[in-house]
Design a binder for this molecule. Structure first.
Ligand SMILES: NC(=O)c1ccc[n+]([C@@H]2O[C@H](COP(=O)([O-])OP(=O)(O)OC[C@H]3O[C@@H](n4cnc5c(N)ncnc54)[C@H](OP(=O)(O)O)[C@@H]3O)[C@@H](O)[C@H]2O)c1
Length: 324
């Protein structure tokens, strides 16, 4: 088969389409003819040699796919050849064929294309895990999502609406109108405004934060939270080291600070999350009440351009590759 390969770790110019052995499904896996794969920031880190795949998994980039099942392992009963499925995989998505565990595969709703379906799993499962499992978001909570125009951010805004909570986001100004349409109640341009000051003046404080920035926002984040506030940290786009800050509010406001990476979770955890997300979202995806936000679709021959687009922070929602 053909797959996107790497000459060596480094810039996007190291990516090329080459030949690789087609994977064969284990007893509990299905083999998928990949029609579309979506990009994630993790792909850029992996390309640079900073984020290796879990041990024993494909080192081809690509954490989420949509496609058609062409072969099933001997223990597989819930999925059949010809089914349109989508889901997250530990690696190997930028390829003509990929394997996925039978319980990680979700059926592509009829109203969605492969390109749309490929843009769902990583963003929505990450957002669902952070909002529901980790932050225990309740109706009436005020939730702050940083990078609201990101893939995960656009998923989180929609899930917050379904949970009955209200959503404040930070993002570049060009991404605000999309975030408002998806259900945000307030969008803050972090390039011009200090989000802590805006939150203090409008609300006094908030209950939950989903953070991707880390060090650069840590002090303002903890000072934005109400008593018993929760913060889930999912990335370190603003650095991982803090010189000196006052952490008193963690103690006196009884804050819970959590971190997570979905890819490092074991298979049983990921299966449970996939099943719970699917039962929460299936009907909403079918009615369009929640939907993947797809910014741009590139043919996979343009994979270098697609990585450039993400590295320039141009996307609102997901960037998808069509694979042929
Ligand atoms: N822990 C996990 O399990 C997990 C899972 C999935 C993703 N993630 C992480 O979550 C983050 C979002 O992922 P994604 O794929 O949804 O990202 P994405 O679509 O590429 O969007 C990231 C956005 O973050 C904003 N941003 C980038 N650098 C920034 C900075 N220094 N300060 C403020 N904003 C900045 C940019 O939007 P603006 O134009 O608004 O600045 C950018 O478009 C990534 O860091 C990713 O690695 C973590």
């Amino acid at each position: 088969m053909k797959a996107v390969l790497l000459n060596k770790f480094g810039g996007r110019d190291q990516l090329y389409i080459g030949e690789l052995a087609t994977p064969s499904p284990s007893k509990d896996q299905v083999l998928v003819k990949v029609k579309a794969a979506a990009l994630n920031r993790a792909d850029i880190l992996q390309r640079e040699g900073k984020y290796p795949p879990p041990k024993g998994e494909s080192d081809v980039l690509g954490l989420e796919i949509a496609g058609e099942v062409i072969e099933v392992g001997e223990n597989v009963q819930n999925v059949s050849v010809g089914n349109r499925i989508f889901g997250i995989i530990p690696g190997g998505g930028y390829a003509q064929y990929a394997v996925i565990h039978k319980s990680m595969a979700m059926p592509v709703p009829e109203n969605l294309s492969f390109e749309e379906a490929a843009g769902i799993p990583e963003a929505f499962l990450t957002a669902y895990q952070a909002l529901v499992w980790l932050a225990n978001t309740k109706p009436d909570d005020k939730v702050l999502i940083h990078a609201g125009g990101s893939g995960v951010g656009t998923a989180a805004i929609q899930l917050i609406k379904q949970l009955g909570a209200s959503c404040i986001i930070t993002a570049s100004a060009s991404k605000h109108s999309t975030c408002y349409k998806l259900g945000a109640t307030l969008c803050i341009n972090y390039k011009l405004e200090n989000f802590l000051e805006v939150i203090k003046s409008k609300y006094g404080g908030i209950d939950v934060i989903i953070d991707f920035l880390g060090a650069s926002y840590f002090e303002n984040n903890i000072n934005s939270l109400n008593k018993d506030g929760r913060m889930v940290m999912l990335a370190l786009l603003g650095g991982g080291k803090i010189e000196s800050i006052n952490i008193a509010s963690i103690v006196f406001n009884r804050l819970k600070i959590m971190g997570s990476t979905l890819r490092s979770r074991d298979l049983n955890y990921q299966i449970k999350l996939t099943k719970e997300f699917w039962s929460f979202s299936e009907s909403h995806l079918k009615t369009g009440a929640i939907k993947p936000v797809i910014d741009k679709v590139f043919h996979w021959k343009e994979v270098q351009k697609a990585h450039k687009y993400m590295e320039e922070n141009k996307n609102i929602g997901k960037i998808v590759l069509t694979i042929s």
